[in-house]
Design a protein around this ligand. Structure first.
Ligand SMILES: Nc1ncnc2c1ncn2[C@@H]1O[C@H](COP(=O)(O)OP(=O)(O)O)[C@@H](O)[C@H]1O
Ligand SMILES: [Mg+2]
Length: 214
């Protein structure tokens, strides 16, 4: 089973958006058995699943914030949606369940400062320093030619983690989220640029570079 954790100490940076779109990618493109574990009591990913139309490939949801979590044995992909403000033991627990961590970051001074602190916390987890889990960052809600995006890009490139992709700021994510689907389940012509940006994420996740050293 492939396990991917979407995490950042900050709210609103796109964790649930990445989580649900990744889940829908694997369900739709690979017809895989996908489970979302939602650790955020706000339950955005679970809300998304409730409005998911019945004729779309099933994605299972686990309200993991309630404590116990049972993931079916035949699961191909486990995607975990972490809550904002996660730290200490909770953070360690989630990191230990993951092969790969994706950290979405917004181009804003506050978000850049917050993620710098969050990364210091992550680096305290032994599994991370031993490279038993791989970390990639995704710049989200990017407006390419803005000064703040250039600053974010510079910051992300200096990190020791993979700078995996950038996702533009577009209502496509808002509209699909409303309907319980992902951008991969839209007519390609309406989300062409987004599909192209997502290729960087799915390609990285398929590559050895996103898999832990044994
Ligand atoms: N690339 C994007 N373009 C436009 N809106 C986005 C994008 N990514 C996320 N959003 C919107 O931003 C808000 C916060 O995103 P969300 O995924 O819920 O963040 P988090 O789970 O980290 O709190 C949501 O309303 C979501 O639809
Ligand atoms: Mg969320």
């Amino acid at each position: 089973m492939r396990s991917i954790l979407i995490m950042n100490g900050k709210g609103g940076c796109g964790k649930s958006t990445l989580c649900t779109n990744l889940a829908s990618y694997y369900a739709y493109e690979e017809e895989a058995k996908v489970v979302i574990e939602d650790y955020d009591p706000q339950g955005s990913s679970m809300d998304w699943l409730t409005v998911r139309p019945e004729d779309y490939t099933e994605i299972k949801g686990v309200k993991a914030w309630q404590g116990t979590s049972r993931v079916p044995r035949n699961t191909d992909y486990l995607i975990m949606d972490a809550p904002a403000g996660i730290h200490g033991k909770e953070l360690q627990k989630l990191v230990h369940r993951a092969q790969t961590i994706i950290i979405p970051v917004l181009p804003s001074p506050m978000d850049i400062r917050a993620v710098a602190k969050f990364i210091q916390n992550i680096l305290l987890v032994g599994k991370v320093t031993k490279k038993q889990v791989r970390i990639g960052v995704v710049a989200n809600r990017v407006k390419e030619y803005t000064l703040i995006y250039q600053q974010l890009e510079k910051f992300l490139k200096r990190l020791d983690f993979a700078f995996v992709a950038k996702l533009r700021d577009t209502q496509n994510y808002v509209r699909t989220a409303e309907r319980g689907i992902g951008i991969h389940e839209m007519p390609p012509s309406s989300v062409y640029d987004d599909l192209e940006q997502w290729q960087a994420i799915t390609k990285w996740l398929k590559s050895k570079r996103s898999m832990p050293e044994k």
